[in-house]
Design a protein around this ligand. Structure first.
Ligand SMILES: Cc1ncc(COP(=O)(O)O)c(C=O)c1O
Length: 456
């Protein structure tokens, strides 16, 4: 359908079809149906155009994934070329793009001998990492290890096992969680849940894993999993020491350390991997999103050679895990070209540099009394709104922030995602200073309007 010639009736018809037939992920149908589904028709750089012709800056990089930006023709060309060569290979083999991408991902990883299990997205990457960790333990003498320790309110994906790891009260009821899912309190930098001293707060939060492993019997614990910086809990940035402690704990009890880098992998925090920025070497890393910058669905569990080698040998050692479209050649071609662009333009470096600028500019928002905290690392940042800076108490529910802020930002040509008390940002890594200024200007105006409405 030629999108630039759509007129009112055609737009209405599309909205009607969506209203009748489309499930939007994790959204209440009646809300978007009443307002009219937002439909996007074009993307270029950090900007998208909606069906009414409005051009908006995508502050969320799609859904935490748009690293190299919208509208890269060379990625589209690489995908087309792969499609015309062989779109998907017969089962016993692989296509060239998938093979090459495994080499490229290993080249960027802390272990150059890493082995990559490709899947179709982040939830599958986490599922794969956890299954791999359990079997690794089985193969290396800890056969009774099946428990996985994760942080409450993290987000590790929407599939049943991954939801079990998140233990998020907002998730759908599913009956009993995965047996062996053990949860510890999350790390919160701003609210200092463990100690008012930042370093002690971090170490005590990491020690929660130690206590849980001891409590559960170390012989039964297969893995521990966490995101380098948790987006689900509002961009909480720990000090390096938190991750060093996590590594020590995993080593002490022979537990596999899984980093969920579905958001932070490939440049987001200012290094190729978020764990590089924290100087820590996980055993398995789950990635997806920015691997292709959203040009095609693709994810992976990256195993260090120590983990991967345990699966070598007779058939009993085979990793009997299969995802039909995992590592699809067209997605792999997109991933390869995307990573080539990221290398050529040093997008991890841009993320570090522009992230500093973004944070500096966001700090100007402290002029608003309701801005309690501004935080971030690389181009992952958040502003948290509170009613009282000293107590850090939230604004009342009657402020209806989750409804008002996204609408106000949209009017100012900014796309947000679940903005409310916490306004998260994850823009494309190609964002410019002018675009950062535009974004911060829109936030400044929006927060000012909210304050005026609240009589502050
Ligand atoms: C940290 C993290 N892990 C896993 C996932 C699941 O990824 P996907 O939605 O691609 O299945 C997400 C998705 O947002 C995520 O943020």
């Amino acid at each position: 359908m030629a999108t630039d010639t759509l007129h009112g009736e055609q737009i209405e018809e599309l909205r009607q079809i969506a209203g009748e037939h489309l499930f939007m992920h994790a959204q209440q149908t009646s809300t978007w149906r009443d307002e009219g589904l937002k439909i996007f028709t074009k993307g270029e750089g950090s900007w998208v155009t909606d069906i009414e012709g409005n051009r908006l800056l995508d502050m969320m990089g799609g859904l935490w994934y748009k690293a190299s930006g919208y509208g890269r023709k060379e990625i589209a060309d690489a995908m087309y070329e792969q499609l015309m060569a062989i779109e998907s290979p017969p089962a016993p083999g692989a296509a060239i793009s998938t093979v090459q991408l495994s080499g490229k991902v290993a080249e960027k990883y802390h272990d150059k001998k890493a082995r990559i299990f490709f899947v179709s997205g982040g939830s599958e990457a986490v599922e794969t990492a956890v299954k791999m960790a359990k079997k690794y333990q089985h193969l290396t003498g800890k056969a009774g290890a099946f428990k996985v320790i994760s942080r409450r309110y993290s987000y590790h994906g929407g599939t049943a096992m991954a939801v079990s790891l998140g233990r998020n009260g907002a998730a759908d009821p599913m009956g009993p969680e995965m047996p062996g899912a053990v949860h510890v309190p999350n790390f919160y930098e701003y609210k200092k849940t463990h100690s008012a001293d930042p370093m002690e707060n971090a170490i005590l939060a990491a020690n929660e894993f130690d206590a849980a492993i001891v409590h559960n019997d170390p012989a039964t614990v297969a893995a521990m999993i966490a995101e380098p910086v948790s987006a689900a809990t509002g961009i909480q940035v720990p000090p390096k020491e938190y991750w060093h402690r996590m590594r020590e704990i995993a080593d002490k009890y022979d537990v596999v350390l899984i980093a969920d880098e579905v958001i932070t992998g490939f440049g987001r925090l200012g290094g190729w991997f978020g764990t590089d920025v924290f100087d820590v070497k996980p055993d398995i890393t789950a990635v997806a999103k920015a691997l292709t910058s959203g040009y095609a669905p693709l994810g992976a569990a990256i195993a260090t050679s120590r983990i991967a080698e345990a699966f070598d040998g007779d058939d009993s050692r085979t990793f009997k895990h299969l995802i039909t479209f995992g590592g699809h050649p067209v997605a792999a071609a997109a991933g390869l070209k995307n990573l080539e662009i990221m290398e050529r333009e040093d997008l991890p470096g841009s993320s570090a540099m522009m992230g500093k600028y973004l944070l500096e500019r966001l700090e100007s928002l402290y002029s608003h009394p309701i801005v309690g905290n501004v935080r971030g690392l690389g181009l992952l940042a958040a502003v948290e709104l509170v009613s009282d800076r000293d107590t850090k108490a939230p604004l009342p529910a009657s402020a209806a922030l989750a409804k008002k802020i996204p609408a106000k930002l949209y009017d100012k040509k900014i796309i947000s995602f679940r903005a409310g008390d916490i306004i998260s940002m994850c823009p494309p890594l190609i964002i410019t200073k002018d675009e950062v200024d535009f974004l911060v200007g829109a936030l400044d105006e929006t927060i000012g309007e909210v304050e005026a409405e609240l009589g502050i």
